[in-house]
Design a protein around this ligand. Structure first.
Ligand SMILES: *Cc1c(COP(=O)(O)O)cnc(C)c1O
Length: 227
């Protein structure tokens, strides 16, 4: 666990350096700790070291950890593919859903969000590298989907998320740049005040993502080690 705390500190340093190199304010990038396949004890240790936001890809796995960690005051983001039969559990248990990629899913999440929990924070996932097998809407569909989500009162549209095709960080740079351009186009078109989140960058390429405007990096391996 001391190793985990050291890795978290080194990662915060790395994010800080990437911000400074890009001429951005340190603290302009949030860290989401991706805890898929990680046990509750390690998540609790990261929480005690000041990490408050965690991302999970599988609903069932996440709900077990949430119940074990209910006293820890953590914020949970859903970042995996969303099937229709999982929307209720996501709407009821998560603060954020970053991987919304079609209107049907958005409508279900909106209908199933419990009154009194406050709006579910939503990012639209964009298939920025045009991969056939990947989740995410086509870039050309993102504005229409964002417009539809912005009209749903129990959802709060926050921004865009993407996972570029695997490859070297240099190849990811172009994808992250296109994502930021799309983000800026949509922000201008919607004039939605809460549209402030560009969820981009993982262990391999977060420096490049920050150079290209990411405001939230999703990091697993650099914190918890290889899965
Ligand atoms: C697993 C995962 C991450 C974290 O990846 P690392 O390479 O371990 O940092 C980020 N985003 C999503 C959507 C993931 O599934």
């Amino acid at each position: 666990m001391t190793e985990l705390v050291a890795r978290l500190a080194a990662l915060r340093q790395r994010i800080d350096t990437a911000c400074r190199t890009a001429g951005r304010a340190s603290g302009s990038v949030r860290l989401l700790a991706v805890s898929k396949a990680v046990g509750s004890a390690a998540i609790r240790a990261a929480g005690a070291a000041g990490q408050r936001e965690f991302g999970e890809n599988y609903v069932q796995e996440a709900m077990e950890k949430m119940s074990q960690l209910a006293d820890a005051g953590l914020t949970w983001h859903f970042i995996g593919p969303i099937q229709s039969n999982k929307t209720r559990a996501i709407a009821e248990n998560f603060a954020w859903a970053q991987s919304v990629d079609r209107e049907k899913i958005a409508r279900r999440l909106a209908e199933q969000r419990p009154p009194g929990r406050g709006p579910l924070q939503v990012c639209v996932q964009v298939n920025i590298s045009g991969e056939a097998s990947k989740s995410g809407c086509a870039p050309g569909e993102a504005l229409a989907l964002c417009t539809a989500i912005a009209r749903l009162p129990t959802l709060q549209l926050r921004g865009l998320m993407a996972i570029p095709a695997p490859g070297d960080p240099g190849a990811a740079r172009g994808a992250y740049r296109r994502l930021r351009e799309l983000f800026e186009e949509i922000r201008a078109a919607l004039a939605a005040p809460g549209f402030d989140t560009l969820s981009a960058g993982m262990t391999e390429d977060l420096d490049v993502a920050i150079a290209e405007g990411s405001t939230l990096v999703r990091v697993g391996t650099a914190i918890f080690g290889e899965r």
